[in-house]
Design a protein around this ligand. Structure first.
Ligand SMILES: [Zn+2]
Ligand SMILES: [Zn+2]
Length: 294
């Protein structure tokens, strides 16, 4: 499915389930996205009305953008973890997310022009999120019936607070969404006062013992080798923490200083937002490990 920014495409997955079909994630809310999905469903011989369950791995707009439209057409039941559902409601009904972002950028030392550009881009992107009320909440340990056997919900907070993977134990498949992606280091989310990197790393620990033959991510191609990928990703974050520590010892004073040193080029507002929030997540993690002062 096409994307408007970020990775070149998003994968959504269609599986037979009792009474019809299950769709894992929906793609973005756009005409192009909707027609791509309609065509793909038609090629598979599935009418949108045959969708019974729409399972949303998390609240990002590439994953849940079309959920409302698809539910209206199909009457399918929509699932998401409560933590992300709450965040989505907050984003659609209050200014809290925007205000938190603004406060964070002030504390991060973001120059006013970039702060305004990020807030403008945030307002534009907010329209891509659906005002969605959920039919069911995904809960860790819950199993959804499907053609490849029960899909076990594995709550994997980190990329977002309510991110979930789905594990088909019988088929040894892991629908890993944005938690495990082959060629991209998944973005670590940011929530004020939360150790999102710590949560992300713990979520990797949880997946490690799973017997997985094939990883089916939301971006990029399916791949194999879960434990190798996990080891590599742990290393990446450990090195990044050391790098940040080095810059702090070398005179970086604010999160904005760190962004400039870690990404020494001009960043577009959305990329700056991702960069600065990720730096804040690293700093929160390092603070809890008492590696750096307040
Ligand atoms: Zn995401
Ligand atoms: Zn995504």
């Amino acid at each position: 499915m096409p994307m408007m920014f970020g990775p070149p495409w998003i994968n959504v997955y269609l599986l037979p389930c009792p009474g019809g079909w299950m769709l894992i994630d929906t793609g973005m809310s756009s005409e192009e996205s909707y027609s791509t999905l309609s065509l793909a469903l038609a090629e598979t011989g599935v009418a949108p009305e045959h969708l019974r369950h729409i399972v949303l791995t998390h609240m990002h707009p590439d994953h849940c953008g079309l959920a409302l439209q698809l539910r209206d057409i199909s009457g399918a039941e929509v699932w998401m973890h409560r933590a992300d559902a709450d965040l989505l409601t907050q984003l659609k009904t209050t200014d809290r997310t925007r205000d938190q972002l603004e406060t964070a950028m002030r504390e991060a030392g973001t120059p006013p022009a970039m702060r305004n550009a990020v807030l403008e881009s945030h307002a534009r992107v907010s329209h891509l999120f659906p005002a969605l009320s959920l039919d069911h909440f995904l809960e860790d340990g819950l199993a959804l019936e499907s053609w490849v056997g029960p899909l076990e919900v594995v709550w994997t907070p980190g990329h977002s607070p309510g991110h979930c993977c789905l594990y088909a134990r019988d088929a040894r498949l892991l629908f890993s969404s944005d938690h495990v992606i082959e060629d991209i280091t998944p973005h670590v989310g940011w929530m004020p006062g939360e150790d999102m990197l710590g949560l992300y790393l713990q979520s990797l620990d949880r997946l490690e013992p799973f017997d997985v033959e094939r990883i089916l991510p939301a971006h990029g191609l399916p791949f194999t080798g879960l434990s190798g990928w996990i080891a590599q990703t742990r290393n990446f974050h450990a090195r990044r923490l050391e790098e940040i520590d080095g810059h702090l010892k070398d005179g970086a004073r604010t999160a904005d200083d760190l962004v400039r040193r870690l990404w020494p080029r001009d960043l577009r507002p959305l990329d700056y937002q991702l960069a600065v929030t990720e730096v804040l997540a690293y700093l929160e993690h390092a603070r809890r490990k008492s590696r750096i002062p307040e």
